[in-house]
Ligand binder design. Structure first.
Ligand SMILES: CC(C)(COP(=O)(O)OP(=O)(O)OC[C@H]1O[C@@H](n2cnc3c(N)ncnc32)[C@H](O)[C@@H]1OP(=O)(O)O)[C@@H](O)C(=O)NCCC(=O)NCCS
Length: 158
């Protein structure tokens, strides 16, 4: 596969990212990641909207919001044809490095209970299950919460 470029989203990306979220993440739910909401995150100094581009076209993206004590991974999606080529891992690793650089050593996220592929992905990246959240996505869909302590690797490399 050609080289993937990981970089913050550009002005004008939000519409495509919202469409990807509807298709890949929020299918069957009332979509809440609208173009305007993604654009607000893009301009928010406490958030990063990160894209993966292949030959200039967005093939994956992630949104992370940084707090004082923890960062929250709000959204992550990779186009189906590019899945299982390391794009999701590269996006998450970029965001984790940025969190470490900002002195934030905990990442939290939720995954749809009906999404075993994403659950295996986060487990493969070292995220630990932290229990279920009933009705997180509205009636009938629970979330599985995950968390990763980034200081574990940071201590090993010191
Ligand atoms: C979850 C998702 C982001 C993973 O992205 P990806 O680029 O395909 O993942 P990677 O190629 O970086 O995978 C890294 C590792 O995670 C694990 N993994 C990834 N997808 C997996 C799956 N469907 N089943 C089991 N393990 C999986 C594997 O161990 C993989 O390494 P390997 O391919 O060498 O075996 C992608 O499948 C996706 O966009 N899914 C739809 C949207 C979604 O579920 N988003 C997450 C919830 S917000």
């Amino acid at each position: 596969m050609a080289a993937i470029q990981i970089a913050p989203a550009r002005r004008g990306d939000a519409a495509r990212l919202a469409a990807m979220s509807r298709r890949l993440v929020e299918a069957g739910l009332d979509p809440c990641w609208t173009e305007s909401r993604i654009e607000r995150h893009r301009q928010d100094p406490d958030s990063v909207v990160l894209t993966a581009r292949l030959s200039g076209t967005v093939c994956g993206f992630a949104i992370m919001q940084y707090g004082d004590e923890a960062a929250h991974l709000n959204l992550l999606a990779v186009e189906k044809v590019q899945q299982r080529h390391g794009v999701g891992r590269a996006l998450v690793q970029w965001l984790e490095e940025t969190a470490r650089g900002a002195g934030v050593f905990r990442v939290r996220l939720e995954v749809r209970g009906s999404n075993p592929g994403a659950q295996r992905f986060y487990a493969a990246l070292g995220y630990e299950e932290r229990g279920w959240v009933a009705g997180y996505y509205g009636a009938g869909e629970d979330a599985l919460r995950y968390e990763r302590d980034l200081s574990v690797r940071a201590r090993r490399v010191e």
